[in-house]
Design a protein around this ligand. Structure first.
Ligand code: NAI
Ligand code: MG
Length: 350
């Protein structure tokens, strides 16, 4: 079969790493006998700077026709970050019910953790982030501007449907892994939404007696991720907590250049979208030295979701082979190779 893929390279290093992911996927497609039909869109902060919008008005409708979306990263100095988030990423995630943001991390060969004495097994985790509601909300506002009693109010939205489906996803995923789920909460400080989250977590945990469950306050959980990462496997959190934990998880394993993510519509009735956890990295943009591994691994997650499981496994192994070989590493991994050289080494390892 042939899959129609929308590619949105975006800004900065998003463009470089997406080119490498595409190179690797094209090689995988010819090796495994399926087709990939790419359509590229220039939706980005650069486009915003020129036209005033991140994507055309019918952008969502355009994407609907695709089997999947591969996104680089968006963000450009001078364009406020909330513009890129609310002008592109959040509308896509919500329009296509991509309510799971899946962020697996593991220590890859040839790289080392910032944590001393940790094995690859200790550091294998997956953050399941709620991706459609929660703290990322437009409800609220600024009041009494210019007065001494000025204030800002920001509301969160947690629906029963939204919380149930993400927690259920985490338990189902745990059944395919370690059978352990840890839920991030803060019900001591946040007294409406978090007790609601905890209650639903307990209800669903009761339906999975074969899966070990626990909940931790987000602060203690962050500390555990650094001190006892071996005690964590599937970690489920709200939109904000999951976002923070996944950068932390990436940082304690191989760094941001190694962490992929999928914005997944589990029902498969709309396209899912895959991207690296990292952003557009303006500090190294245009130099051709970004690490493409995160984006290549995101592309492998895309293959997995499209049902091309053997090809997905092959891409993951090719990344491991290239990293283990160690002769072609980007500067963040201690080497001197370019983005394209590491991308080609991965493609060749296929
Ligand atoms: P960032 O992830 O772009 O960069 C953080 C640090 O990690 C930088 O020092 C960067 O050089 C390094 N880094 C990141 N990816 C790397 C890679 N592949 N290889 C080597 N080094 C890498 O985060 P930052 O600086 O907070 O944000 C920059 C821009 O990206 C902002 O405009 C932000 O809004 C945007 N952003 C976009 C995201 C998206 O499109 N989903 C996600 C996160 C940030
Ligand atoms: Mg983030």
């Amino acid at each position: 079969s042939t899959y129609r893929i929308a590619s949105i390279p975006g800004d900065g290093i998003g463009v470089d790493v997406t080119a490498e992911a595409r190179k690797v996927l094209d090689r995988a497609a010819s090796a495994f006998g399926f087709g990939l039909e790419w359509t590229e869109f220039d939706w980005s902060c650069e486009r915003y700077a020129k036209t005033g919008t991140m994507m055309p008005e019918d952008g969502i409708e355009t994407l609907r026709a695709f089997d999947s979306v591969l996104l680089g990263a968006v963000g450009f100095p001078g364009v406020p970050d909330h513009v890129s988030l609310w002008g592109l990423l959040i509308p896509v995630r919500r329009a296509f019910a991509q309510y799971v943001n899946l962020r697996p991390v593991r220590l890859l060969p040839g790289t080392r953790s910032v944590l001393e004495g940790r094995t690859a097994e200790d550091l294998e985790m997956v953050i399941v982030r709620e991706n459609s509601e929660g703290e990322y909300s437009t409800l609220g506002g600024r009041h009494n501007a210019g007065r001494p009693d000025e204030f800002a109010l920001q509301e969160s939205v947690f629906t029963r449907t939204g919380v149930e489906r993400i927690i259920r996803y985490a338990f189902e995923l745990a059944r395919t892994r370690s059978r352990r789920v840890c839920s991030a909460t803060k019900s001591n400080g946040i007294i409406h939404t978090m007790p609601f989250w905890d209650e639903i977590f307990a209800e669903i945990a009761a339906q999975y007696p074969d899966v070990e469950s626990e909940q931790m306050h987000i602060d203690a959980l962050a500390a555990r991720m650094v001190q006892r990462p071996d005690r964590l496997d599937v970690v489920v959190g709200s939109n904000l907590f999951g976002d923070i934990l996944s950068d932390l998880a990436a940082a304690v394993t191989g760094g941001l250049g190694m962490a992929p993510s999928g914005n997944i519509n589990p029902e498969g009735d709309h396209p899912s979208m895959f991207e690296a956890v990292h952003g557009s990295a303006p500090d190294i943009a245009g130099q051709g030295i970004a690490n493409p591994v995160a984006q290549v691994l995101a592309a492998a997650m895309m293959l997995e979701q499209l049902g091309e499981k053997a090809a997905a496994r092959a891409v993951n192994s090719a990344v491991e082979t290239a990293l283990a070989d160690g002769s072609v590493l980007t500067p963040d991994l201690g080497g001197t190779a370019t983005t394209a050289q590491l991308g080609s080494a991965i493609a060749d390892a296929l």
